[in-house]
Write a protein of this length. Structure first.
Length: 688
């Protein structure tokens, strides 16, 4: 019986309902999915070794004849079967614990292949960790031995031998070919094998070169589908009419610029011009603003909002935490003071009457800037007057949350912001449908933090001396998750101990994410005014906190943090012309923590740190978070396969520029492949 690609896997011989359920755990429900479930690696099991030549602890393939069986009964009804095997050069023993069926499968006088890890003992050569395959006739094809064998990622209840057999048999009985979706000119240019050769070769290659050629074809195809989806999404947005227009009136922008006590950096000016061009175009803006810690992204975003506001629309800033939203509210209030603008704050813990009034002001046009958290997502929040949405720390909002926010005003301009510099690899995969503005240059008066690995006592002594000179100190305690109940407890223990000993002569405060909004607000205001000289805290201050007098940070147990977080924390003390100092304490327990320490001590370049962080963590970890819009690729590794990713992106955008909806004959199969994969995942339904 011939098998179709859309057939349900449960009807394949040897699968059934139970195993179909297990395959579903791997995302396999159809034959198409099964054959697109690619090996993680391979084992070369082609070379047969004579038994006499196998050394202790060797992993090898041997071939021989079964000569005898011996069954030994053990305690509690368990048993051991010894299967003796010879090949003319020597003999070995296969040990099967609780595997009585081996006597029926490995019959006396039968010829078999055995692949395993062997041990030479006083009893001779033996193995208990092996796989086998009977030889029924000369020249027959074997699945698990006598070939380059695929090794797959499994789920509980499945084993390699069974999965290989199902895939092998399915390939042999496939009655339908995969459609070739890579356009012919790309196939020819990149010298790619066809998909109907690549699929069998990726599972059961005859030679290692066959597997490499198959992988290149499949990786490029996978990247091409994804990048084409992004290109179509971006092109589709460019075809949408915004329905409103802005002009550069400078009624508010000029007084705002004149009120600043600094000049915009070169990078800030470039970013502002790029954003203004987007805003004044006839299509909705979809732009990512990324920048180094302390590079001045907020004032760029404010400039964009003021252009929209002076044209009669409202600006909205959304932040992932209340403390960051409150910081934006105070920053906006300070920057916009004297310009006659009205600013509203909407967060989750507001009192009923205050929330009601804020909602009324927003809906009634009595506010110009709205700053808020996830509270802005609620149905009764009317943002229909909004012209621009600024999403800060946008990676902390899910795809659906962003879609809800965007849907609150028709064709709203969206500026996403990231305080974490994004590696090119991540940007191309996660934000490939956005235009990108980058700020690397820091304001001229900013000092680079001096970062040291230190013992706690030395760091505390230095901090005390800095307090005497009028500076403020952060002491950051690690926490695994923001919602973790141990956060306040562990930070509180350090606060109670150190505030009564080392820092007993100075007012100290404790700040953590489980506090209420008013509590956090009161502490941050007190710390900013210098009422508290030492702030014991957690990663709640990782982004957005701007207190110029805070020039010392002690990060305890630094090895509990990733590189990006360490760099972000360090950025909190580089907010003025005062010299900042960051101390890292804690044991270097692993090779990875040693490497993290080396990197963070060697550079203050956030973009370089982001690239190093990607190398350390790997693409799998960085691309695995679906709620943030990231994609898990079946075979491609964006880091390892970056050259192919670049080629795919270039080709995809070139194709879509010429044929936005992929209606041309040479692109029809690519369109089908893209929509099959990404219609729902990347919201392509509106592109018809």
């Amino acid at each position: 019986m011939r098998i179709g690609l859309e057939n349900d896997v449960r009807y394949l011989k040897g699968v059934g309902e139970v195993r179909a359920g297990l395959l579903a755990n791997l995302g396999i429900t159809k034959v198409r999915h099964l054959l697109s479930y690619f090996p993680q690696r391979y084992e070369d099991r082609r070379a047969v070794t004579q038994i006499a030549m196998v050394n202790d602890q060797d992993t090898a393939l041997v071939m021989g004849r079964i000569t005898a069986h011996q069954v030994i009964k053990l305690r509690k009804g368990k048993g051991l079967i010894k299967v003796l095997m010879e090949d003319g050069s020597g003999r070995l023993t296969l040990l099967g614990f609780n595997q009585p069926y081996l006597k029926k499968i490995l019959k006396k006088d039968s010829l078999v292949f055995v692949y395993g890890k062997f041990a030479r003992t006083s009893r001779g050569l033996e193995t208990s960790n092996f796989t086998y395959e009977s030889i029924k006739q000369e020249g027959e094809s074997h699945v698990n031995v006598d070939r380059i064998v695929p090794v797959y990622r499994l789920t509980a209840g499945l084993n390699q031998k069974w999965l290989r057999k199902i895939i092998f048999d399915t390939l042999g009985n496939l009655g339908e070919e995969f459609e070739e979706f890579i356009p012919a000119q790309i196939m020819e240019k990149e010298k790619l094998v066809g998909i109907n050769r690549a699929i069998p070769d990726i599972h059961f290659p005859a030679e290692t070169g066959d597997a490499a050629a198959a992988r290149k074809r499949l990786v490029l195809g996978e990247f091409l589908k994804f990048q084409t989806a992004l290109a179509m999404k971006r092109a589709g947005m460019r075809k949408v009419a915004k329905g409103r227009s802005y002009t550069l009136k400078k009624n508010i922008l000029t007084p705002f610029k004149n009120s600043l006590n600094f000049e915009f950096t070169r990078d800030q000016k470039k970013a502002i011009n790029e954003i203004f061009d987007d805003l004044m175009s006839e299509h909705p803006m979809r732009r990512l603003l990324q920048g180094e810690v302390g590079s001045g992204k907020t004032v760029v975003a404010l400039s964009a909002m003021l252009l929209v506001i002076e044209n009669g629309y409202m600006g909205v800033i959304v932040a992932p935490t209340e403390i960051l939203a409150e910081q934006h509210y105070y920053t906006c209030s300070a920057y916009l003071k004297g310009l006659g603008l009205r600013i509203s704050l909407l967060v989750g813990n507001m009192k009923k009457e205050a929330r009601k009034k804020t909602l009324s002001d927003i809906a009634g046009g009595r506010t110009d800037v709205v700053v808020g958290t996830h509270a802005l997502l609620q149905e009764d929040v009317d943002l229909s007057r909004a012209g621009i949405l600024v999403i800060d720390e946008q990676h902390k909002f899910g795809v659906r949350q962003k879609a809800v926010l965007a849907g609150k005003a028709e064709n709203i301009d969206i500026l996403s912001m990231s305080a974490t510099p994004i590696p090119r690899t991540v940007a191309m995969c996660t934000y490939g449908d956005l235009a990108v503005s980058t700020i690397k240059e820091l304001p001229k008066d900013r000092k680079t933090p001096v970062t040291k690995y230190s013992g706690e006592n030395s760091a505390y002594s230095f901090a005390v001396n800095q307090i005497k000179e009028g500076n403020l100190v952060y002491i950051v305690h690690p926490v695994i998750e923001v919602s973790d109940k141990t956060e306040s407890k562990s930070a509180e223990e350090r606060f109670l101990k150190l505030s009564r000993t080392v820092f007993r002569d100075y007012a100290s405060a404790l700040l953590h994410g489980r506090m209420s909004g008013p509590e956090k607000e009161g502490i941050m205001k007190g710390f900013a005014r210098g009422e508290y000289r030492v702030l014991f805290t957690t990663t709640v201050i990782e982004v957005g906190i701007d207190i110029p007098r805070a020039t010392v940070m002690i990060i305890e147990n630094f090895n509990r943090y990733g590189l990006a977080t360490l760099h972000q924390l360090r950025g909190r003390i580089a907010r003025s012309s005062r010299k900042p100092y960051c101390f890292l304490t804690g044991a270097v327990t692993t090779a990875e923590s040693k490497e993290r320490l080396r990197i963070i001590l060697s550079t203050n370049d956030g973009f370089k740190i982001a690239e190093e962080d990607l190398k350390l963590r790997g693409a799998g970890e960085m691309f695995g978070t679906r709620q943030h819009g990231m994609i898990d690729f079946a075979i491609g590794d964006p880091l390892e396969d970056f050259p192919l990713l670049e080629k795919a992106r270039h080709s995809a955008f070139e194709i879509v520029e010429k044929d936005r909806k992929l209606r041309m004959k040479e692109n029809v199969n690519l369109r089908k492949a893209v929509f099959r994969e990404y219609k729902n995942r990347l919201h392509l339904a509106q592109i018809s």
